[in-house]
Design a protein around this ligand. Structure first.
Ligand code: ARG
Length: 292
């Protein structure tokens, strides 16, 4: 009898890539206003617990061999921990956010100053945009979300700033108000032709998009992992991948299995306290590309 080789041969070998991230310790974390459906100011928050959970994510990144930079948390800006909204950076150029809500507006200059000091060519935008919350680099293409925060005009602007193709996607479910709550980039490889073993792939929550956007995603990413509503609603997609290790919420059980089947290594980190502000792993992680 022959051995069932075909059954085990399907999961490809994955390679971890070193990342450089910007994080912000949630020293001032609380929920004092509502700008997304997750935020309920009447629910108590525990800042010490938020810091402890965040610290585990921070330390894990270091264990995985990534570099982590920190930005000083500002008093009065409880959402600053979600650094993904602090900008969008490619090859040494930083596109600064312009927050949709006044509650977060004061974060933008602080991020801009950090990028300048770190040597980034820093571009202050005209249009409302919330950084890597709504812009995801997949291979050489920028996937851009709109519907709740970043505007369609910011998609044009980000395309001009980086000289790259931008694919606009419409978010329709208020729980998934940023693109990074509905799409996870699994192979964040830069500067490839998207071909070969490093082909950039994504996971997404189909129900977060309108029909037209879903059709675009199906066409562009035929091999994408489609995540269940159950895993999506616990912010399973709000994750950080280095191409092999994918840091996800421990509640996203189905997604964990899907990742394993594809040869990724899911690692669970619980950010339950930060979910009270409507954010998860990816929200607390901004990728710093270039300008080392
Ligand atoms: N409370 C924050 C807000 O509503 C959460 C941001 C989450 N960030 C993200 N990248 N999805 O703006």
């Amino acid at each position: 009898m022959s051995t069932p080789e075909t059954a085990v041969a399907s999961a490809p070998t994955r390679t971890a890539h070193r990342r450089r991230y910007l994080m912000c310790r949630p020293e001032h974390f609380t929920v004092s206003y509502t700008i997304n459906p997750w935020m309920e100011p009447t629910k108590p928050t525990d800042t010490a617990k938020a810091v402890a959970q965040w610290q585990k994510l921070h330390d894990l990144y270091l264990e995985l061999g990534h570099e982590v930079e920190l930005i000083e948390p500002l008093a009065g800006y409880p959402d600053m921990v979600y650094t993904a909204n602090g900008g969008f950076l490619i090859e040494g150029r930083a596109y600064v956010p312009k927050f949709r809500f006044v509650e977060r507006a004061g974060e933008a200059p602080a991020f801009a100053d950090w990028f300048r000091a770190a040597g980034y060519d820093t571009v202050v935008p005209e249009e409302v945009n919330e950084g890597e919350g709504d812009f995801l680099l997949v291979g050489d293409v920028i996937l851009a979300g709109t519907g709740f925060r970043s505007t369609g005009d910011s998609h044009r602007e980000v395309g001009e700033v980086f000289g790259r193709e931008v694919v606009s996607l419409n978010l329709i479910d208020p729980r998934f108000y940023h693109l990074d709550t509905a799409i996870a980039v699994l192979d964040p490889v830069q500067g490839t032709d998207n071909g070969g073993p490093e082909r950039a792939n994504i996971a997404y929550l189909p129900g977060a998009f309108d029909d037209a956007s879903r059709a675009i995603l199906e066409e562009r990413f035929p091999d994408a992992i489609l995540v269940s509503d159950e895993d999506g609603s616990v912010f399973g997609l709000n994750s950080a991948s280095d191409g092999y290790n994918v840091v996800i919420s421990p509640r996203a059980k189905g997604f964990e299995a899907q990742l394993r089947e594809r040869g990724y290594n899911p690692i669970m980190v619980d950010l339950s306290e930060l979910l009270l502000g409507g954010g998860g792993i990816k929200c607390c992680t901004l990728e710093l590309r270039g300008a080392e």
